[in-house]
Design a protein around this ligand. Structure first.
Ligand code: UN1
Length: 499
């Protein structure tokens, strides 16, 4: 056990306690006896202070040329690279993911820094002919203003980076409200932004409880934009408040992602994809594979292969070298997974393997759930429709390609999707017909790259995309500029046409 890290809020370039004086604890999900960090239980005054600091900083930050703003982010990337191992270790203790995955999480932040730093020299607008002579027309991107970034615990470095970095390069200032489960990771990340020399107030960090600090930020009249990643329940509330208070809002919510395995698939490849997609990060990715849609001709064989491979997976603390499946983040989520197992049983699904909380030996001190396969699931069951966010995958049998796609599309969500087939015609039909923001052909549902749009259709999102150049449309407003150099009043064509 190590001494708990003492986290503070970061407001206007200073590390400060909550004005309430209260603190909360972040515990190790692999061993709940260990307090990883204490962090401020902030209140409305802390939120007000952070918003006014970000507003103040905005006036000058937006005027710094974008290539110069991007240089700070490049520096963040360099510092993150230097501290990758330390932060990954901390993440594995605080959030539970296996060390190689924790390194991957930090690497995603580094990739973001170097990718988005280049954007400082692009931020392209358009020039286009005017309909009038001696008149020039163009578009340019403007920052939106002060942005509240509300981030989840499952990618505690990558997601804050993929929101904050483009937001800052576009000229906005930000307030990060990280999940209550990962305050230490957020603190280390913001320390790096500070070390990169960002001016005071450009990035602020306010810790606390979502229903208090998150809500206060979303309701705050001086916030211009909210970018939220988290549950659909909370996302709906965030969207409602932002609608009422006229804020731009980017929502990234749940998924019920499926991998289809057709009868012509390379089954060994599909197996590796299914195990990684379903059980990587203990199934706690919004892109995790939670349904396997299996063609009836390969169903039995594939199920046997999957069961055998799953039975070999080793549970443990993420920082133990042999571990393949880490803990669930907290008691509440563990209870949620247990409840879904009760629902599955009561609806008639068959538990092929797993299905219980794991308590053997050292596991008793953490929140572990056995990797679980549910068989005989039909698309109407709740376990086939609702997000579980744990190491549970449901098997659904189909007769042909058309029903595979219909079953895949039969949920309210539409984030990630995958199909394993050797048939190029089916692959292209799947790309066209699957209702999801991301489709993988012969790859698992997880593994999105930073320079491509990330997000989902239907109830997964609200039409925005993060990552890639698409994220610039979240963090900027378009300005259209007309320059008339004719020295005369030229009415637009609509007001000028004779016929
Ligand atoms: C998430 O699924 O919660 O696509 C984020 C991936 C990662 C990000 C996942 N780049 O697997």
């Amino acid at each position: 056990m190590t001494t708990p890290l003492v986290c503070r809020n970061f407001i206007n370039g200073e590390w400060v306690k909550a004005t309430t004086g209260d603190v909360l604890e972040s515990r190790n999900p692999s061993d709940r006896r260990e307090v990883v960090a204490t962090f401020p239980h902030s209140g409305n005054i802390d939120v007000d202070n952070a918003v006014s600091s970000a507003r103040q900083a905005y006036h000058s930050w937006r005027l710094i040329p974008a290539p110069a703003r991007a240089e700070y982010i490049f520096k963040v990337g360099e510092l993150l690279s230097q501290q990758k191992e330390t932060i990954a270790l901390l993440m594995s203790r605080e959030m539970g993911k296996c060390l190689p995955e924790a390194r991957g999480d930090v690497q995603e932040g580094i990739d973001w820094a170097f990718y988005s730093a280049g954007e400082g020299r692009r931020l392209f607008g358009q020039t286009t002919p005017s309909e009038m002579p001696n008149k020039f027309a163009m578009t340019m991107r403007m920052p939106v203003g002060v942005c509240a970034l509300i981030t989840p615990w499952n990618f505690p470095v990558a997601i804050p980076c993929w929101k904050a970095m483009p937001a800052l390069i576009c000229g906005n200032t930000v307030i990060l409200k990280p999940a209550e489960d990962t305050p230490a990771c957020a603190t280390k990340l913001v320390e790096i932004f500070q070390a990169a020399g960002l001016p005071p107030g450009v990035i602020n960090l306010v810790h606390g409880v979502g229903e208090e600090v998150g809500k206060a930020l979303v309701e705050h009249p001086d916030i211009n934009l909210v970018s939220f990643t988290g549950s659909s329940e909370t996302g709906s509330q965030v969207g409602e408040i932002c609608g009422r208070t006229h804020k731009r809002v980017c929502l990234e919510m749940g998924g019920k992602n499926a991998q289809v395995v057709m009868e012509d698939a390379d089954l060994d490849l599909a197996l590796e994809g299914a195990v990684w997609g379903a059980f990587g990060t203990t199934g706690q990715r919004c892109t995790a594979t939670s349904r396997l849609i299996l063609h009836r001709d390969i169903k039995d064989k594939f199920t046997t292969m999957l069961q055998e491979r799953t039975s070999q997976l080793r549970l443990g603390a993420g920082y133990e070298p042999q571990t393949e499946i880490g803990p669930i983040i907290n008691q509440k989520q563990l209870q949620r997974v247990k409840t879904y197992l009760d629902i599955a049983r009561s609806e008639g699904a068959k538990v092929l393997i797993g299905g219980e909380v794991a308590t053997a030996g050292e596991l008793q001190h953490g929140y572990f759930f056995q990797p679980t396969i549910l068989d005989e699931v039909n698309p109407q069951m709740r376990v086939a429709k609702e997000e579980i966010f744990g190491p549970v995958v449901s098997l659904i049998e189909v007769d042909n390609f058309a029903s595979a796609i219909a079953v895949l599309n039969s949920t309210n969500y539409g984030l990630s999707s995958s199909i394993y087939t050797q048939d190029v015609n089916r692959a292209f039909a799947a790309m066209r017909d699957i209702e999801a923001g991301i489709t993988y052909i012969n790859g698992p549902t997880i593994g999105a790259e930073v320079h491509l749009p990330f997000g989902g259709v239907k109830s997964t999102g609200n039409g925005h995309r993060e990552a890639g150049t698409a994220v610039l449309d979240v963090f900027t407003e378009w300005k259209t500029v007309y320059v008339d150099f004719s020295s005369s009043l030229q009415r637009a064509q609509i007001d000028n046409r004779t016929s």
